[in-house]
Design a protein around this ligand. Structure first.
Ligand code: 5GP
Length: 129
């Protein structure tokens, strides 16, 4: 069965897109740790990051770096943190999280954003790409 992220890639589930190439997609996490929390995924559906072929892994990191640099310009924060977990969605994704405190990295306290906030922040990050 297609992962929820493959359904986002196919446009069957809506998302707030930040960046897209032929092989990768960046979109806002729907339950963000902080405003601007973004997920970068390969369009190729693979569960675990270290099972990716080396070229896709390297390209995913390059893509994530570009998006992280744009997030840092778009969102006031001390730095952008990068985390890979994958316990919830079995489709490789890199979390890029604007960090101000260690709490932002803990996946315990969540930011509450409205649809307008998601749209505005996705657009703002895209504008720095
Ligand atoms: P992980 O698999 O790394 O533990 O977490 C999966 C992440 O995907 C979570 O932060 C969760 O909020 C996010 N997520 C799960 N389902 C959706 C969805 O349908 N849309 C978006 N944009 N994010 C999702």
């Amino acid at each position: 069965m297609a992962s929820i992220f493959s359904k986002i890639i196919a446009g069957e589930i809506p998302s707030y897109k930040v960046a897209e190439t032929d092989d990768f997609l960046a979109f806002l996490d729907i339950n963000p740790n902080a405003k601007g929390h973004t997920l970068c995924i390969p369009k190729k559906e693979v569960d675990k990051i270290f099972d990716l072929d080396e070229a896709t892994y390297t390209e995913l990191m390059k893509f994530s770096r570009k998006v992280a640099i744009a997030i840092e310009k778009a969102v006031p924060c001390k730095r952008v943190g990068m985390t890979v977990i994958g316990l919830e969605v079995p489709h490789v994704h890199v979390h890029l999280i604007p960090l101000n405190t260690m709490e932002d990295a803990r996946f315990t306290s969540k930011a509450s954003l409205k649809s307008d906030d998601f749209e505005a922040i996705a657009k703002r990050i895209s504008s720095y790409l």
